[in-house]
Design a protein around this ligand. Structure first.
Ligand SMILES: Nc1ncnc2c1ncn2[C@@H]1O[C@H](COP(=O)(O)OP(=O)(O)OP(=O)(O)O)[C@@H](O)[C@H]1O
Ligand SMILES: [Mg+2]
Length: 449
């Protein structure tokens, strides 16, 4: 049999001291005891303060030595020994050596029904206690066992208190970890923002690259025409100088002047066209690289932007229709508008009509009151699924991952519309019914944009 020692708070030991004193007094014995069992020993937990008491608190005795209390604990029953000296079984038990020859004791049980120890009285003379004393001892036992329950509940309270404290502490450390994670996330976000800024800049460079390609392509025709006109003039001059050696008629002179005039006219027209193109490209290029604010005509600026996009539009075989009333002016950022339109048109080419040889892109504008205008870019292509529709403006959202799509085009467009042009951009689309991007813009961008 192994026993488990229970801890008893001091205030209970003090209380039981009183009880044990009174008990010894009532029983008229020198020793009233509360014994506590330890794994290998038994200990006097409380000893009555009475005359002739040979026991002292905290005294310990070995188990398995034939103590009265040991029998009580093992049997869990009341034990009464009126006189050990007259009892063959008890006459040589260790308490007899202390002259304690009579005994009355009952077991004390912990709330879990394990043995705690005993409560007992001992005397140096023969004692045979009446039933009422035995009853009293049972009552004392019950009251101490009731205290055990209180002690256990208090222990549990302390335990759950500790658990609570631990839980609070762990929560606090969780919160700290969260704060740290938050900080890390913020740092990551800052890096991302910086990256986005850089991407935006590189996107701008890419737009300028496209512009340069557009410029050279568009200039091909007028410069080619100029070259042809110049070389025709040259051959006219050569022919005429050969004729001069032979002598020329008045008619021939007229003919030559007429040819020179025509050639010069053609040359001037072509060069003027080239100059005009260079002028408008210069405007778009300046707009795109500087993001300068200025007053401009919407239709002219869109025409210039479309010229820049000309080569890729022509290559795709698509047509671009324009419904832009003449005379709408804006005081805003034409470079930003150009980038937004380029991204929308580029998307129509790449996504809406992917792999199709024909199709239309319709750009329309209309005034919305005096201060606002609506500008839409519509296609009749594959459209956008409902689940993707809410994500198209998200950075890095693309359905062409690994096929040249970075998913930044619409995000940049969204940012430019909101931060530079100070307007709104919305999309309306369903699968197979094309997509329509609508910009709502103030004609005069608010200051500070
Ligand atoms: N006109 C359109 N028709 C169908 N889908 C479109 C259209 N415009 C955009 N999308 C969808 O929206 C997604 C996001 O467009 P976004 O311009 O932001 O990125 P991207 O074109 O894929 O890549 P990037 O523009 O960076 O090259 C596209 O991948 C495509 O799925
Ligand atoms: Mg795109």
């Amino acid at each position: 049999m192994t026993y488990q020692a229970r801890e008893i708070p001091d205030n209970f030991v003090a209380k039981w001291q009183e009880t044990t004193n009174v008990m010894a007094d009532i029983f008229e014995v020198p020793a009233g005891l509360i014994m506590r069992v330890l794994p290998e020993q038994i200990e006097v937990l409380v000893s009555s303060h009475s005359a002739g008491n040979p026991y002292e608190a905290s005294e310990k005795a070995k188990l398995n030595t034939g103590l009265y209390c040991e029998t009580v604990m093992a049997s869990r029953k009341l034990l009464q020994v009126p006189n050990a000296l007259e009892d063959a079984h008890w006459k040589s038990n260790p308490d007899v050596a202390l002259n304690m020859i009579s005994y009355l004791g009952v077991p004390l049980l912990w709330p879990d029904n394990e043995v705690f120890g005993t409560i007992c009285v001992l005397d140096s003379k023969t004692r045979k206690f009446q039933a009422k004393y035995v009853d009293l001892m049972w009552e004392i036992k019950k009251s101490i066992e009731a205290d055990f329950k209180v002690i256990q509940q208090q222990e549990r309270l302390v335990d759950s208190n500790t658990e609570l404290r631990l839980a609070i502490e762990s929560q606090r450390s969780d919160a700290m970890k969260l704060a740290q994670t938050n900080e890390e996330l913020n740092a990551a976000l800052a890096t991302l923002k910086k990256m986005q800024g850089e991407l935006l800049r590189s996107e701008k460079m890419a737009a300028l690259g496209a512009l340069v390609a557009g410029v050279s392509h568009e200039l091909n025709t007028p410069i080619g025409n100029s070259l042809m006109a110049a070389s025709t003039l040259q051959s006219h001059a050569a022919e005429f100088s050969a004729d001069l050696l032979k002598g020329v008629t008045r008619g021939r002179m007229h003919e030559f002047v007429e040819a020179i005039n025509q050639g010069a006219e053609l040359l001037m027209r072509s060069l003027a066209h080239a100059a005009e193109l260079v002028g408008s490209f210069k405007q778009v290029a300046v707009d795109q690289s500087s993001m300068k604010r200025r007053t401009f005509y919407l239709d002219t600026t869109i025409a210039e932007i479309l010229i820049a996009l000309g080569p890729s539009i022509r290559k795709s075989g698509l047509t671009v229709e324009r419904n832009i009333p003449a005379g709408i002016t804006m005081d805003s950022y034409p470079g930003a508008l150009g980038q937004v339109l380029s991204n929308l048109i580029d998307n129509a080419l790449v996504h809406a009509y992917a792999g199709r040889a024909q199709g239309r892109i319709i750009i329309s504008a209309e005034s919305d009151g005096d201060d606002q205008l609506r500008l839409s870019v519509r296609d009749e292509g594959v459209g956008i699924s409902e689940s993707n529709l809410s994500r198209v403006f998200d950075p890095f959202f693309t359905t062409r991952l690994g096929q040249g799509g970075s998913g930044l085009g619409l995000h940049i467009a969204y940012n430019l519309v909101h931060t530079a042009l100070r307007g709104n951009i919305a999309v309306d689309s369903s699968p197979d019914h094309g997509a329509c991007f609508t910009l709502t813009l103030p004609r005069v961008a608010p200051a500070g944009a």
